[in-house]
Design a protein. Structure first.
Length: 215
């Protein structure tokens, strides 16, 4: 992957510029746009062509939810990572449904933002653990399940994925299934590889999106 072109839309000037300085320090990233609200972002996107947009939820004129909806229609190639102080479930589900590829809370670490930029630029999704349970609960309520997972995962891998949905550790899963923690770890590695993700949270989110998990 070449240089990742990143843009930031946030009405907090100090936060916006601090984030710019952090990302500019990364050798594989270039900040190409800084905007105060969604309206400025939509106007500037065509000119600077970012790969990833870091987008605040609560902004004046045009908020992050509405910006995400319009961007998904006008600029579907741009990956959106939502940055917010809020973990309200309506925000989480609404932005992800509208096309966001990631959801992070602002009080997380800088390294999480950097990682998120790389993940979504590579075509993967990322959701902060703080809001993962919200995503799971919302998907459980709204979607039925299907068995298309059988084309991708083994019976044992799906069994383990169901336990991952509840945030269980390798040791807890091993005890329940009467296998060793190392075996659980190997199965999880296989699941992540097959789903092209890097952690168990992403695997659960994808399984929910595909309607593989029980309601």
């Amino acid at each position: 992957m070449g240089t990742i072109r990143v843009a930031i839309a946030d009405d907090n000037e100090a936060f916006r510029e601090t984030l710019r300085d952090v990302l500019q320090f990364e050798q594989d990233m270039q900040v190409v746009g800084l905007w105060r609200n969604g309206e400025e972002a939509l106007k500037g996107l065509e000119e600077v062509h970012p790969d990833v947009l870091l987008l605040d939820i609560n902004m004046p004129i045009l908020n992050g939810v509405e910006t995400t909806k319009q961007m998904s229609e006008q600029y579907p190639h741009v990956r959106i990572v939502i940055l917010t102080m809020h973990d309200d479930e309506s925000y989480v589900l609404e932005t992800l449904k509208s096309g966001a590829s990631g959801y992070l809370v602002k009080d997380g670490s800088v390294s999480e933002v950097v990682r998120a930029v790389r993940e979504v630029a590579a075509g993967r999704a990322i959701v902060h653990p703080q809001v993962t349970q919200t995503v799971i609960a919302q998907f459980k309520e709204r979607y039925a399940t299907n068995d298309s997972w059988r084309e991708v995962l083994t019976e044992r891998e799906m069994e383990i994925l169901r336990h991952l949905k509840f945030g269980k550790s390798n040791e807890e899963i091993a005890e329940t299934l009467h296998i060793t923690p190392k075996t659980v770890k190997n199965h999880i590695s296989s699941i992540l590889a097959k789903l092209s993700v890097t952690d168990r949270t992403q695997a659960v989110v994808i399984a929910l999106q595909k309607k593989w998990l029980t309601t």
